[in-house]
Design a protein around this ligand. Structure first.
Ligand code: NAP
Length: 315
């Protein structure tokens, strides 16, 4: 998997980019944007004094502040990188500072809810192009970010139907410059697709690790000691940020419940196949699922290596 960013641009794509929420995603954008010269100025905004102080120490932005309205004042691109549950509150706080003509975007893992929360706070003349980089790790905070996080990953844009083409193209160019493959779809479709590819798998991981932790006949130390590959992989996912994932499930409720219903039906069929010794049914399913994994690897979205190719290089 390519891990290197291309050369820096001679002229930046934006004069000033303001990032709100400097955790894994916000700090990764800051690092990539700086490395690639995508913005003349990068302003980092976070609710936490400790995060702002750390951003200054790391030197990943030109300015760092807790004042949202002041921080976005000069920005021609503002990206909300906060948990999806606070997007409405943050949009309300930034409203007085937004420059006419600026583009507001986000990175939330859920799209319809973010659109509903943010859009009402945007003044006329401000463009809104929601985005979701389908890239991440189980780590949080400004130290967790790295500039190659978005390289060769998908970024899904969900612009409203009346979005200005030029604004959509500028956001597309920003993500493409960071190495992402950009695709456009509706917010509703995004939420359905991500429910099955990301949200339900996380719920299953949280559930299986929680169930193992609650077992009485198998001790917790045995679960840890004998954790084989399968369980270990679930624990990585189940270590993901609790605030972020609580918000995702609460804000993509309908799509997640729809997919969970389908999953419950399929699990009942698997249980039946095991009970009645229908090995051919199990073998057929496991053969189809193996082909899906191989398809993901051949598309370059995963490596066959046992560590899942998640070794990172910091730049
Ligand atoms: P993170 O590492 O926890 O960072 C979020 C940052 O936002 C934290 O510094 C947090 O500060 C700050 N924050 C929270 N509320 C705020 C507010 N009201 N105003 C300003 N700052 C605030 O989270 P992340 O992983 O970067 O995720 C950020 C967004 O990216 C989420 O919407 C998530 O759905 C999306 N996303 C995440 C991934 C992933 O794998 N992690 C992938 C794609 C998209 P405190 O720590 O002090 O609360």
């Amino acid at each position: 998997m390519p891990e290197r960013l291309g050369p820096a641009r001679e002229t930046p794509l934006f004069e000033c980019v303001a990032l709100i929420g400097i955790g894994l995603i916000g700090s990764s954008i800051a690092r990539a944007a700086r490395h690639l010269n995508l913005a003349h100025q990068i302003v980092a905004i976070d609710a936490s004094d400790a995060v702002v102080a750390r951003v200054r120490e790391l030197g990943i932005a030109d300015e760092a502040t807790t004042d949202v309205a002041a921080g976005v004042r000069d920005a021609d691109l503002v990206i909300l990188c906060v948990p999806v549950g606070v997007c409405g509150r943050v949009a309300e706080a930034m409203k007085p500072g937004l420059k006419p003509g600026c583009i507001v975007s986000d990175v939330g893992s859920v799209k319809a809810s973010v659109v509903a929360q943010v859009q009402p706070h945007l003044p006329a003349g401000v463009h809104f192009v929601p985005a979701h980089p389908v890239a991440g790790t189980e780590h949080s905070g400004p130290d967790a970010g790295f500039s190659t996080l978005f390289h060769n990953r998908w970024c899904i844009l969900t612009p409203p139907e009346d979005a200005a083409d030029e604004a959509v193209e500028r956001v597309r160019a920003f993500w493409a410059a960071m190495g992402s493959n950009v695709e456009v779809m509706s917010a509703q479709h995004h939420d359905l697709v991500l429910a099955i590819t990301s949200h339900v798998p996380h719920l299953i991981a949280y559930n299986i690790v929680g169930t193992a932790a609650d077992l009485e006949t198998v001790t917790q130390s045995e679960v840890i000691k004998f954790s084989a590959g399968g369980f270990r992989d679930f624990t990585r996912i189940a270590a993901s940020d609790p605030t972020m994932w609580r918000d995702i499930f609460l804000h993509n409720k309908d799509a997640v419940l729809e997919m969970l219903g389908r999953l419950n039906e399929d699990i009942a069929l698997l249980a039946r196949a095991i009970r009645w010794g229908e090995g051919d049914k199990l073998h057929d399913l496991f053969t189809r699922t193996r082909a899906i994994r191989r398809g993901i690897i051949s598309l370059g979205q995963e490596t066959p290596e046992p560590d899942f190719g998640r070794r990172r290089e910091s730049q």
